[in-house]
Each structure stands twice: as structure tokens, then as C-alpha cells.
Design a protein around this ligand. Sequence first.
Ligand code: SF4
Length: 600
Amino acid sequence: MWLPKNDPIRNVLYIDLTKKKYWVENRSDIFEEYMGGVGAAIKLLEEELPKGADPLGPENTIVLAVGPFTGIYPIASKTVALFKSPHTGNLGESHAGGRSAIAIRLAGLGAIVIKGASDTPIWVSIYRHRVYFRDARALWGMRSSFTVGRIIRENERMPGFRTIMRIGKAGEKLVTYACVITETYRHFGRLGLGAVFGSKKLKGLVIAGRGSIPVANKREYREIYEKIYRTMVESPLMKKYHDLGTPANVLVLDKLRALPTKNLQQTCFENAKLLSGEYLAEKYLARRTACSHCPVACIHLAALREPYPDEPYFYKTTFVNYDYEPIYALGTMLGATTVDGFLKLLDTVEELGLDVMSTGVILAWLTEAYQRKVIGEKELMGVKPNWGNYEEYIKVVELIVEQPNDFYRALAKGVEYASSIYGGKEFALSFGGNEMPGYHTGPAAPLSYAIGSRHSHLDAGGYSLDEKTVGKELPPEEIVSRLIKEERWRQILSSLVVCFFARGVYRPEVVVNAFKALGIECSEEDLEGLGRKIHLLKYSLKIREGFNLDKIVFPRRIFEVPTPHGYLSEDNLKLMVNIFKNKIYSELQEEGLLEPISQN
Ligand code: SF4
């Protein structure tokens, strides 16, 4: 029911990297039933991923998918990537903007499925329905992901109509939280898609096309487009995202005492002003940019000026993209004392192609572990991590990628793994194997990190529920049911695939009307039903691959520091996990999606 007539989104491109073969299949069946984006991708992943596959083996499968609104309505600007995560060992999901979504759509595709592994480094170029396998041996081992991007850019066609995804050295070295960079400033950041690319010797992916997309009811379409566009550009929230970007949240969270600082030893930061959106915009902002087909332009680039040694008045200027999450992870969590130090570290993390959030949480854990003498100088090979010492942090990050000893090899697998071997688990901020996002707002935030299908603050926005309910305590059942409801609605946004910043604009009634202009009649109940179905499918794949709600452990640290809702109770969080488990298991059973396995 979700597939607009004659829409090329039904075309799925399959690429086998082992055999260097490709083919396109008409998968109307999938797009009819699962809409697109994450809905289509979970079905395609379920079909292609063998149970128990090694996330870094050739059998792992990457699915990139866009939605029926991509290229048609504003801010439907994201691509969904699904894969088996080498970081958590179960479902990997990451979203990125840039030009990726529009390029896939204009290439006349709805999804791309990548299987197998090349025996030598390659980059793959997709021009509409043709695929070229290019030799990338000269790019393998190159220090900077920026240089890799530039070389690919100069060797490919169709500028303005293409996306260029690539990995850095971290992906090549299989750091389990390596990212994929697209258009320099956007990322498939979380859960290690970069390592999966690396394991397939896939250095880059170029996608380009100049196709068009038919629209059924043109007049209605123009009206609804105008309405969505106006609501968006006139909304004060979008203005905030444009003016200051997500760093507008720094001072808000600091005031609320919910800003994780120095490995969450505190929740407000003495240097918060230095890292605030306001200060950065005033002193460092060089320009703003946007993902394709987005009128908001929330991407903020700082100009980092570094003098050349022995050359007075000569500066190297680097543009560094800053958002709230990098500020939290590499700024407040590391006790920043200078903006330049923070920007230099962020630039290094980008060059090497690491997920910034996981990297920051790992560095913060490491600093505390070193101070507590859990980790010594022998393991660290002489590096001395201390709050705010960015020169030392840059050395650590480089060593994580190089992995010269067992300790750095452990750090390259994440904070949960490293702390399980070297100690310091009680202050290792990991949820379901993924490092914590930047909100210590109350009970809904950690609960949503733990039970969310990708262990991200974006799954159900638990932090937002906390922020809205400061001063009143919700019953545990209500918190769980509100998180489930939100996560299920976000499956629809992720199937469309709309940027979550526009979630206030794309309300159910707007989505229903927008579909109408594409010739599709649906109701809000239909959307709700599909959101539930996708959520359950994702959970069933997580469980199939070994995720176990009974094994969730909350890091001790989160109970030692108050939130705006006071101190968190471990019993209360465990109770809510249990409520969630009973609900999700009974629904999975009802739908026949749960294999008869023991959950002990
Ligand atoms: S709001 Fe920002 S992240 Fe979202 S689509 Fe627009 S530019 Fe990209």
C-alpha cells in the first residue's frame, strides 16, 4: 500500500564484492509492505544476513535505503544504513545526510545491498544502475579521510549529483566504532559501519544519478509541499537549529544540571560557556551548510586557525564541523579548557574516521582509569591522559587506530570491552555495548539507551521525555509505554526517511496528507501499525543475533550523580526493563517473531 505508482524506489541494487557482480531487482513487494528506509532495510537485512554471521566476515550485509519522501518533500534528506554491528554484536543502524539520500533516489534506486568482501581494496561507483569496481590500493593506509575524499572526487563524474562515502584508517583497522564519512561533514557515525566497510576492503562508495520521480497529484503536491516548507522555515525551533545548531543545547543542559562532564563525575561544567553554541557562533563560526533538500542548514563549521611553526603571520585554516554530541563527547566529558584543543581533537577524529561519541566516552573513561591507577603508563605506552590535555588525547586516538599493544587493541573494541579486561566497569559509560550519549536528564534517558533498538538517544528521545517532566515523576509503566510509542513513530520517520529535527513538522496527519498527494490513501492507524511492525522486526533480529534484555547492566556511575529528577534508582530502571521485556516478548510471540530460545 505504500508504494507510489511508477516510483523507481522499488529498484534494489545488489552488489557482491567477492564476485564483483551486481544486479537490480524489482522489490515492489518490500516497498509496498514496509514503505522504505528502515522498514525496507530491515526486511532486506533479514533476508540476506545469515544467523550468527561474523560482523567482520564477508557474510555480513550492508543495506542502504531511502524513503518515498526522499527527493519529493523537504528535509527527507537522510539515508538509513542497517548491518550487523561489530560494536554490539547485534543490529547496527546508522543514519546520514549529506547528499547520500538524494543521490540514491536520483540514481533510480530505493536500496543498495552490499554483500561479500573484496580481496583487495576497492572503491565502488554506482552511476544509475551501472556499477564500477575501482582499484583503491593507493588509498589504503592513507592518513587522512579528507585526502581520500578529495582523490575520489577528482576521479569521478557528475559533481553536484553524487555522494561520496569513505572510511578512514580506523575503518581499515577494524576499530569497532569506526564511522563512514559522507560529503566531509556528515557521518554514518554509530555502531561501526566503517569497520564493516573495512572488513570488506571497501574504501569508498560513490553514488550518482540524474533521474526524476513522478508525483501523482501535482496540485495537491504543491500545496502540501508549500505547507511543510513554510512550517519548517517559520518554526522558531528550526531557526534555533539554523542559528546556533544543536550546540544551543549546551547551556540549557548545563543549567538543568544534566550535562555529562568529566566522565559523568559532574553534570554541570565550569567551562560550559566556552563550548556553548553562542560562544562558538560568535568567535569561531565560518559558515553553515545543509544536507541536500533541507532548508534548515543546521551544519555549523568552525574555522580553526593554527600558526605554521617558524612562520609568523602564516596560518593553516581548517573547517571543523561541530554539533552538540561532539561537544559533549570531546569537550565537556574531557574537561575542555580551550576551544582550539577541542577542535584539533575533533579534526583528528574526523581524519581517522572514528565515531566521535564512542571515542569521547572511551577517552573520558581512560582519563579516570589512569587517575585511579586502574591503567598504568605501561599499557598507555607513556601517554598521560588528563582532563583538558588535548595533546595527549590526540596521541591516544592515534594509538587506538594503530593498536600497537593489547591495551590499545582492547580500546579499539569499545569501553565495555576494555573495562571488562582492565577494570573500571563501574564508571564505563556503556549501554548495550554502545557508549553513552550526552544526556543525564532522568530515568527515561538511560532506559531508552538500554532498550532502544540501536542504543541511541535517537531511538525514543528519552532525554526529551525527562526534560518535559522535570518536577513530576511518571509511573514506570507510563515511561515505558511512552518510549515504545515514540520509538515506533520514529520507525515511520526513519522509513520516510525524514531528518529527526523535523519530527515536530511531520506529524501523523501531515504524513497522511503528504502521501495523498502521491496517490496513496492511508490513515494514522495504518502508520501506527507499520511503526509497530518494523519495531518488532528489528527487535526480533536483535534477539536472533544474541541480544538479551536480561543481561542489561547499568553502569554504576549513573546512580552516583543526580539528574534533574534526583538520583536514579537501579531497582526502578530494572523494573522498567522488565516491563518492557514482558511487553515486547508477548508481542513478538503474538506475531510469531520469536524463536523458541532461552533468555537466561
Ligand atoms: S536539519 Fe541539519 S542534519 Fe537535518 S537534514 Fe537539515 S542540515 Fe541535515
